[in-house]
Write a protein that binds this ligand. Structure first.
Ligand code: GLN
Ligand code: ZN
Length: 768
């Protein structure tokens, strides 16, 4: 029998219950037992929901109070020394995730520990906690939640399948703490494997038949030491008395399948990212091995094309028979929102769009329909298949998804549209003549403090509690405040402060055709933090000019240049759920054209400096190197398309929230922005050496201070930072600015920091 399975479920809950539970515990408003009881109830609800949707084997161990990688570290006793003084296990766990500050009491000393590092989970927007390994790391199996959860689910009558993060991925994702000799965490594999064997033994003793071991690293380009690690790890784990389903996702396995195929009982493959790998994977499997078909997209929000999925499942069954096939989502469903049933707004306002959507709960039902279509025959699920086919068809042909005019415009783009009129040196002269900026020009990245008054006014406006006129007056007064401060501070290129924006993507999404918004479409970003990405469902075009009014108003208040401020096409796309029925490069080109019109309109309105932010370009890099060139070609192209419609004397800025450009330096130069501002205050200035070696030709502002902290940096500190930067970047190219936008800061510290920053620039000018 083909079996309906799931790899992981959105554990935060339909209404972000887990967020509320842990945050109330952190704020000491509830007890540890309240938290644990609430978490237990959530798990039970989630198992029940999945079973009701027709999932035969439900995942356990996918639930976490903070992060699953952190859980794995704690389960194996991988706790850095600085947390050892925290006696309570749960408090220690949260301290590793988010830091802990506690003043001394009669019975306990003061505690002040920062959080561990976070990194992005492959190409998703989820951040995991990076484990820290010592050179002689000892691993000891602690009480492990996955075993408890398994027993709990089994007692409740479910058929649970435990999920753990695999040993190779766990070590690979971690980092080595500084040791006498540098080492790679993967060298610890031999020490780690015995505790995995132990864990598998405990699960087997508790009655588990299968275990799902997640090894997403298996879809990356692997160096020899990792290839060997896979063979060693799974030859060892095979000895445990439990069937191993090795789960890969986010990409095709390629030849990496050979590393594991002889040592496992089943293999999960992501057929959404690459359906073509099905035949070769089936051919690679031995006569008793299972395949788990990742057919339903765990990374997106659209209804599955059930007809196509059933055909793929059928072809696997034709090769392997019905007894060796699992049907599954492509990856864990934690990356998709909970359920469309909560989206009353979309259902009422755009019923057609509502019909196209499928979130985690509905995806479980899709998995079940595919499974039943194979086991019982398509007639058995005829009605569901017909409804699905209709939704797929209306989406394909709807006037909401296709805008003929935009498609025609895409065909008329010429190579010249990707180029500024003249090369940078010519533009630079013209811009200098027009803007008349001093050397070491000062600017900021865009946003100023989003105060409580701003958030309250926005919320009231959204609820219709204040009129558009009074909201507009309020925004204008905020802009004026920001402009007046910058004049007083004598900054050179001003910004309007972005008071009208709640978020740099959602704000523009509302002003474009093709974007939709959910009310409850939350997905976890890190810890208890969730985000609600917009959905791009149709061809994108501008409804009307988006920022011209605010920018022109800001410019009318001052004689200094005010920067126009836009979010770039790649970021507009990467931080949204995107349609899967057009190529990413086509969608991005549509957004780029909308932005191009905006950039040209800003210029016509008298804006001489325009910034197009692209913080998401690097995180969009494909997982495999072989795909980088194609990605960079279209993503850089789209940035250029959006910014190249202007005259030579209009200065284009871009901004990125990182400073490590080693991998993508040529692409950064290729953007051909007149000025790029980057993060740099926390990184070693040495990272800038690449700009020196590669002879970066355009202007650049490496951030002088960290905006993530309320600390006010002193003049001396920033001056020595700038001095250091000048070792790598010629002074005629350098700008003086903070690391990123100031929206999460408070006014007093922003004023003090920027006044100091301007002093630094002035000091350097007088030394010339
Ligand atoms: N202009 C945006 C701001 O200042 C940029 C934010 C970002 O880079 N993430 O807030
Ligand atoms: Zn930034």
């Amino acid at each position: 029998m083909v079996i309906a399975t799931n790899l992981g479920f959105p554990y935060v809950g339909p209404h972000r219950e887990l967020k509320k539970l842990v945050e109330s515990f952190w704020a000491s408003k509830s007890s540890k037992s309240d938290l644990l009881a609430g978490a237990r109830q959530l798990r039970e609800n989630h198992w029940r929901v999945q079973k009701e949707q027709g999932i035969d084997q439900v995942p356990v161990g996918d639930f976490t109070l903070y992060d699953r990688v952190l859980d794995t570290a704690c389960n194996f006793g991988v706790v850095p020394k600085r947390y050892h003084d925290i006696p309570d296990r749960l408090e220690q766990y949260f301290a590793m995730g988010r830091g802990l500050q506690k003043s001394a009491t009669d019975t306990s000393p003061k505690i002040d520990v920062p959080a561990m590092e976070m990194k992005k989970w492959f190409d998703t927007n989820y951040h995991f906690i990076v484990p820290e390994f010592e050179q002689h790391q000892k691993f000891t199996l602690q009480e492990v939640s996955v075993v408890n959860d398994f027993i709990e689910a089994k007692a409740l009558g479910f058929t649970p399948r435990p999920v753990v993060l695999g040993p190779v991925s766990f070590l690979y994702l971690g980092k080595a703490v500084k040791a006498s000799e540098p080492f790679e965490p993967i060298a610890l594999l031999d020490r780690l494997l015995p505790v995995y064997v132990d864990l598998l033994g405990r699960l087997s003793a508790a009655g588990a038949e299968w275990i799902q071991i997640d090894e997403p690293v298996l879809v990356l380009d692997l160096l020899d030491n990792l290839r060997l690690a896979y063979e060693v790890a799974y030859t060892t784990l095979r000895q445990a008395n439990i069937k191993i389903l090795l789960a890969s996702y986010f990409g095709p396995l390629g030849t990496n399948v050979d590393l594991v195929k002889n040592h496992i009982d089943g293999l999960h493959v992501d057929l959404v990212r690459d359906p073509n790998q099905l035949d070769s994977i089936c051919a690679a499997l031995g006569p008793h091995q299972y395949i788990s078909l990742g057919l339903v997209d765990g990374r997106n929000v659209w209804k599955n094309n059930l007809h196509k999925s059933i055909a793929l499942a059928q072809s696997a069954v034709n090769i392997l028979g019905t007894d060796r096939v699992f049907v599954a989502p492509s990856c864990s469903l934690i990356h998709s929102p909970y359920s469309t049933q909560l989206e009353k707004g979309i259902r009422d306002d755009n019923p057609e769009l509502f019909e196209w959507l499928s979130f985690a709960v509905e995806k479980c039902a899709e998995i079940s329909i595919i499974t039943r279509a194979i086991t019982s025959g398509q007639d058995f699920v005829r009605e569901a298949l017909e409804r699905n086919a209709l939704a797929v068809e209306t989406r394909r042909t709807s006037s909401q998804t296709v805008n003929k005019e935009i498609r025609r415009r895409l065909d008329t783009i010429s190579p010249n549209d990707y180029k500024r009129v003249s090369p940078f040196p010519t533009r630079r002269e013209q811009q200098a003549a027009k803007l008349r900026l001093p050397s070491f020009p000062t600017t900021t990245i865009g946003s100023f403090p989003q105060t409580k008054e701003i958030r309250v006014a926005r919320a009231k406006f959204a609820k219709g509690l204040i009129s558009p006129q009074s909201y507009d007056t309020f925004i204008k007064s905020e802009i004026e405040r920001v402009i007046r401060f910058q004049e007083r501070a004598e900054l050179d290129v001003l910004v309007h402060g972005e008071p009208e924006r709640n978020d740099m993507v959602e704000h523009f999404g509302h002003l474009l055709h093709g974007y939709g918004f959910t009310e409850h479409g939350w997905v976890v970003s890190y810890g208890s933090r969730c985000v609600k990405p917009p959905l791009i469902y149709g061809d994108v075009s501008r409804r009307a000019p988006m920022t011209v009014t605010e920018s022109a108003y800001s410019q009318s208040l001052t004689t200094r240049p005010v920067k126009g401020m836009l979010t770039g096409p790649v970021t507009m796309m990467k931080w949204s759920f995107v349609r899967d029925d057009v190529e990413p490069r086509v969608l991005c080109t549509q957004i780029a054209l909308a932005l191009r019109d905006e950039v040209v309109d800003l210029e016509a309105a008298g804006i001489a400096v325009i910034q197009v932010d692209e913080p998401a370009i690097r995180e969009g890099l494909p997982l495999r190197r072989q795909d980088w060139a194609a990605y960079l070609e279209w993503s850089v192209g789209c940035f250029r398309l959006s910014t190249s419609g202007v005259r030579d004397d209009t200065q284009i800025h871009t901004h990125m929230c990182y400073s490590d450009f080693n991998d993508i330096f040529d692409a950064i130069q290729d953007l051909d922005a007149d000025v790029i501002t980057i993060e740099n205050s926390k990184s070693e200035a040495k990272l800038l050496s690449i700009f020196e070696h590669k002879r970066y030709t355009n202007e650049i502002g490496p951030g002088l201070y960290d905006i993530h902290s309320p600390r006010v940096p002193s003049v001396e500190e920033m001056a020595s930072r700038l001095e250091e930067m000048l070792r790598y970047i010629p002074k005629h190219l350098i700008w003086v600015n903070p690391d990123c936008g100031l929206k999460s800061r408070a006014w007093p510290e922003v004023e003090a920091a920027l006044l100091n920053m301007v002093k630094v620039a002035k000091q350097f000018r007088t030394h010339e």
